[in-house]
Design a protein around this ligand. Sequence first.
Ligand code: ATP
Ligand code: MG
Length: 579
Amino acid sequence: MRVSQMFMPTLREVPAEAEIPSHQLMLRAGLMRKLASGIYSFLPLGYRTFRKIEQIIREEMNRAGAQELIMSALLPAEAYQASGRWEVFGPEMFRLKDRHSRDFCLGPTHEEIFTEIVRNEIRSYRALPLTLYQIQTKYRDERRPRFGVMRSREFVMKDAYSFDRDEAGLDISYRKMYEAYCRTFDRCGLNYMVVEADSGAMGGSGSQEFMVKSSVGESVIAHCEACGYTANEEKAECVPEAYCPEGNNCGSELPLEKVATPDVKTIEELVGFFNCSSKEFAKTLIYKADDRVVAVMVRGDRDVNETKLQNYLGCVELEMADEETVERATGAIVGFAGPIGLNAELNIELIVDPEVTLMKNFIVGANETGYHYKNVNYERDFKASVIKDMRNIVEGDKCPKCGGSIKLTRGIEVGHIFKLGTKYSKALNCVYLDEQGKEVPMVMGCYGIGVNRTMAAIIEQNYDENGIIWPMTVAPYHVIIVPVNTTDSVQMETAEKMYNDLCSAGIEVLIDDRDERPGVKFKDADLIGIPIRITVGRKAGEGIVEYKLRKYKDIKELKIDEAVNEAIGEVKSALKNQP
Ligand code: ATP
Ligand code: MG
């Protein structure tokens, strides 16, 4: 391809709206453009890489025995109503009506639709196991679309669904997908971890996420170096820590005392007022869960994990209660909530983190403006509706498996594999007849990879101050040939000959035949991240060109044929993993 003819609108400036490197670089390198919040168009260079990622996924899915098909993105409501997810998706689902007022959605994920087609077509145990997949556009009206295609409202997902006779079959199908995912992300050049993920809300017996290590990742991963335990923040079980401050009588319970604390509301203010550590307080947070009001208690230095809370409550919408609701629940203005004397009429469920039950003589809000209680003790002074791990894990926490020390890192979730069990097959009556002719619900798994997010994640792990450094496997082109002076006929002839030789060898080549200063061409070549650059300059007359890999600084002078052969060798060895 000739750069002079390419639609490749690169930008010198960093676009103000882009906060993270991949987003900035995808705009600057002319890979994509924004259409609306969370909605993007891919331009030619970007679309080439996008399709290469799709193709790697496709090859690995096929290798694992999954079969490709394609479904519509426009889906009738009925199947989602039957599974209950018409409600569960809440405002994240794009909904619309047709001219007859029938409800439709733009599919956020297709479990129901695959379950229906298999239910309608498959009767016998002989047709199982079966794994189907598609690479298809999904729609989610995300609360906070951000970071470009990392979290967008329209994106392409590879979604696969497995159907088995029993749990043992599911284990095998799941394992095959696990291995296909490892091969896929290896081929994409990613450094990733596989973490235990929560499967609570979707029901099911196990789930793992593929996380690309990155400081811009939105997921927090808890990892224990001692035993290898790895889980995401939502799943990571917190081991309660018993804390006994010096001078606090941790053995015996002191009498409950109400203390006037005018204008002291935040934990920081309380720490100052009582002159003690935030570990000696328990905070009570009031939430609205759909139309219920609930209270959650964690130690003063901890944060509530809202996913754990939402999974436990099984609600669609969860948010911190507004001022008015807090006042109704506690009888006090915001800042004085506590477990003792919550409004009984509201039937508030009090969810207590286990750590709170280990505390002695601690401080809580008194549900009265301007007052706190001190010397509070669990059980004597209040009781939980339920005691359940509700906090975020932190660095240095004990590992729930071995007691070692937990470390936290950030990751980008690029893929998710999930043992669904019979949740959807039961809801939608997806059954088969076993050898005895008895109807049995199929045992399902589902497996997703975000193609756009994977592309952004590859950039997050492969860039420098000059631009993207594509791994060969997903680079839009393998080689860029840069003639320094396009009016020099020797240079141009040499460049054209190399271009033809490389193209005939099956290498994907760009030739920058633009009448631009060399500096401009080098900048663009670096920005768009082509793995191999061959510069044809003054020494072309002597049959010598410059050979440079994007990922290294050094430049070699090679004879023309040597450069061609070296490039072919480099590309072939990088792509040798192909089936
Ligand atoms: P997240 O927690 O990041 O919202 P999710 O748990 O909702 O992700 P899944 O429903 O498991 O994601 O979807 C499978 C894959 O689809 C994810 O692993 C991710 O790669 C991709 N994905 C999900 N939501 C988005 C989005 N808004 N934009 C781009 N990719 C997405
Ligand atoms: Mg999501």
